[in-house]
Design a protein around this ligand. Sequence first.
Ligand SMILES: *Cc1c(COP(=O)(O)O)cnc(C)c1O
Length: 236
Amino acid sequence: MQLSEILRQNLNSVLDEIECARQRSQFAAETVRLVAVTKYAQPEWVAALSRLHPVFGENRPQQLSDRAAELPQQEWHLIGHLQRNKVRLAVTAAALIHSVDSLRLLQAIAAAAESTNAAPAVLLQVNLSRESEKSGFSTQEIQELWPEILQYSSRIRLQGLMTMAAATEDPEQARPVFRELRELRDLLNQHPQSAACKLQLSELSMGMSGDFVPAVEEGATLVRVGSRLFAGLDGE
Ligand SMILES: *Cc1c(COP(=O)(O)O)cnc(C)c1O
């Protein structure tokens, strides 16, 4: 089978599963966008997929920036950890940064936004699986820091929350983490200062190849899927 045919089949089966999950759950969002994660994909796969799907995610700012220069019509999201020395690159090249995992990083993004006159869109990464190797705010931290975080909402477009569940064989094991992220978003939206700042978080970035179905059922608005899209291609 041809590259483009394999990609089309993989893409359609993922999109179908997203839509079925969306329709059967009362907690599902009205629209769910697929972020096709291209971090391990060969350049020709990325080019072929760009003719089928408009939103791509990359882990590293440099690769994102390089690939965005090749395919500027795509919408590029940064999904991986961002170091403060790469903030300017991310702010200029990414349409959405999913992985803001500390107040210091948020401050650095605000400074870069100021100096480049950009208005970056970001998600705050929350560590709900409580694995120490995963980065992100804890539930308690984000609630305590919320008034401080809101101070950046004039310069930065705070659009929602992102999380990663622990890797498991059984996607159902991830469901409580996804539910917790939705409940946390709703809680932050009810904070009196959110209303005062006219801020409502709408996005929930959650779910990957192994667990996007329960993520959609629990309200994901963005799912980040990589390996499922490139299955059956050499090197995958
Ligand atoms: C790689 C990656 C994904 C996609 O993972 P797959 O299991 O290949 O779908 C999603 N989110 C983040 C943050 C990633 O680093």
